[in-house]
Design a protein. Structure first.
Length: 116
């Protein structure tokens, strides 16, 4: 099983980025896929998860209006569209697939840097 996160980069505050998480080695649409991030000097935190039935759960309201998760099962890819980015959104973003109630598979992370 492999998850490949990509799409990070340097963006100015207020800008947008779309992250991608491409999966291989698993029946993609059987798994909830989530996004996490780790800011410099902080622990990794949960952002959002997209379940098999289409239900979406965000960690909180602060991201709900700015971050949109979607998936393309045919491409085995989950996207995280991020807008109105803030410097505090800077960090390494990871995608993960959940199996038997835990985050079993992780991508390698993609760095997002938001400049003020």
């Amino acid at each position: 099983v492999q998850l490949q996160a990509s799409g990070g980069g340097l963006v100015q505050a207020g800008g947008s980025l779309r992250l991608s998480c491409a999966a291989s080695g698993l029946t993609f649409d059987d798994y909830p896929i989530g996004w996490f991030r780790q800011a410099p000097g902080k622990e990794r935190e949960f952002i959002v998860v997209l379940y098999r039935n289409g239900e979406i759960t965000y960690s909180g309201d602060s991201m709900k209006g700015r971050f949109i998760i979607s998936r393309d099962n045919a491409k085995k890819t989950v996207y995280l569209q991020m807008s109105s980015l803030k410097p505090e959104d800077t960090g390494v973003y990871y995608c993960a697939a959940s199996s038997v109630g835990k985050w079993s598979y992780w991508g390698q992370g993609t760095l997002v840097t938001v400049s003020s």
